[in-house]
Write a protein that binds this ligand. Structure first.
Ligand SMILES: Cc1ncc(COP(=O)(O)O)c(C=O)c1O
Length: 434
């Protein structure tokens, strides 16, 4: 196919895309000369919904107009502000409204969840994570192990892909759990692995963990807003996420947390229980709203996952997410996923033509990945040169050491033409970069 007909075919697919109008609802970044960038980096920082500006401005106006009265009389009262996010987050995570809460940021939430659910006792002290886990998750886990007086090196289990493979089949996780039967207290696993883009069967992992007596917790940083999720049905114990990637909540946006209903229901509402899995650390925002401002010493927990909050919510870090979740509700995660599968399959097909120079680490089966493709370029040091050359041409993906280029066509604001232009740029850059 000639370049012109390839481009025309991609444009025709965009023209037939029922979700194409959503692109205009986002701020598309430009270079210093005002030329549009080819943005394929929603797996790192999602684009700004134009409506986010209005919601943030409304909060600033309410602050200037009402000051402290905004807590109760703002157009979106600040005291229960997180509740504006609950329905959208419950929908995207496949959870009950009582099982999710927007709060803090991802690693802080992970620490809070580990404080509640990592209960080493007897032989059962170990935590299982994937080898090459995101550094912040590994730091959280190893520091939690050390904080309990245990040795992180001998307590942490890091499961690597089998020799010759880039990804970890679920049966390897099951085999690892069987091999370490009785030793593992908690499994922390990603919904989508940040480096490879592999998506996991979380229900299967939770089932395997529970069969071996372990708690199952998930990091949804690269999954939420990318794939439909079913946290409640998967029977996960807890999950955490950030909102600045596929959720388009803005840099440093408020994160979130899922706690399965069976844990919130098992907790006493009127005292701090100690030993149970799920016992939580508290602050005034874990206290139920009706009696919070009586400021009494007596604790009364808020119901559900809201009882894991500690501090009052950061309004300006939550406001853009209100605008973004409204877009998700309108577009629907099922329709977004349908487009996403087509878009990433299309990009995959274009890039596979560049093998063996370009190797795609991400599984080829769309059921085992989200938007993202992770690419490795053959030749010592060539990957970095290719990445830099792409960046110089206005292509925004990202680089993960030691040798991976990540790109993600995001169905809300990317199209088939973007995928085609990326493959074209990569082909040309490879010709120039030996
Ligand atoms: C998989 C994963 N875990 C943890 C984090 C850290 O998130 P935060 O800085 O919001 O705690 C990130 C951030 O990109 C991530 O991708």
């Amino acid at each position: 196919m000639s370049a012109a007909s390839g481009l025309a075919a991609a444009q025709a697919r965009d023209a037939a895309d029922p979700l194409r109008a959503f692109r205009a609802r986002f701020a598309l970044p430009c270079d210093a000369r005002g030329e549009p960038l080819l943005y394929l980096c929603g797996h790192s920082l999602g684009l700004m919904p134009l409506a986010a500006r209005d919601v943030v401005n409304e909060e600033l106006e309410d602050w200037s107009r009402l000051a402290v009265l905004g807590h109760e009389h703002g157009r979106r009262a600040w005291i229960p502000y997180h509740e504006h996010l609950t329905a959208g987050l419950a929908d995207l995570t496949g959870a009950g409204a009582d099982e999710v809460v927007a709060m803090n940021s991802l690693t802080v939430n992970l620490h809070l969840m580990l404080a509640s659910f990592y209960r080493p006792h007897g032989r059962r002290t170990r935590i299982l994570i994937e080898a090459g886990a995101f550094s912040s998750d590994r730091h959280a886990v190893t520091s939690q192990i050390a904080w309990r007086g245990l040795d992180p090196e001998s307590t942490l289990i890091e499961l690597a892909p089998p020799p010759g493979m880039d990804t970890v089949p679920e049966e390897e996780i099951e085999a690892c759990l069987a091999h370490h039967d009785g030793e593992i207290a908690l499994v922390l696993w990603p919904g989508v692995q940040f480096r490879t883009g592999q998506a996991f069967d979380l229900a299967r992992i939770a089932r395997a963990a529970h069969q071996r007596g372990c708690i199952a917790g998930f990091d949804l940083a690269h999954s939420i807003g990318n794939l439909p999720l079913a946290m409640h049905a998967s029977d996960a114990d807890f999950a955490v996420w950030c909102s600045y990637k596929y959720l388009n909540g803005g840099p440093g946006a408020i994160g979130g947390c899922f706690v399965h209903r069976r844990h919130s229901e098992a907790q006493s509402r009127i005292r701090h229980a100690g030993a149970l899995p799920g016992a939580r650390l508290a602050g005034w925002w874990s206290h139920e709203e009706p009696t919070r401002f009586l400021m009494e010493p007596q604790f009364r927990a808020a119901g559900g996952a809201a009882g894991w909050q500690i501090s009052n919510p950061p309004i300006l870090a939550a406001a853009p997410l209100i605008a973004s979740l409204a877009i998700f509700t309108e577009a629907g995660i099922t329709r977004l996923r349908e487009k996403s599968v087509q878009l990433t399959d299309y990009l995959d097909g274009l890039i596979r033509a560049l093998a063996p120079t370009v190797h795609i680490l991400t599984p080829p089966d769309s059921g085992r990945r989200g938007c993202q493709l992770s690419l490795r370029i053959a030749g010592a040091g060539r990957g970095r040169r290719v990445f830099d050359a792409l960046t110089a041409r206005g292509v925004i993906g990202d680089w993960r050491t030691p040798d991976i280029i990540r790109v993600a066509p995001v169905p809300l604001y990317n199209g088939f033409e973007d995928a085609w232009r990326f493959a074209r740029a990569l082909t040309e850059v490879l010709e120039d970069t030996q």
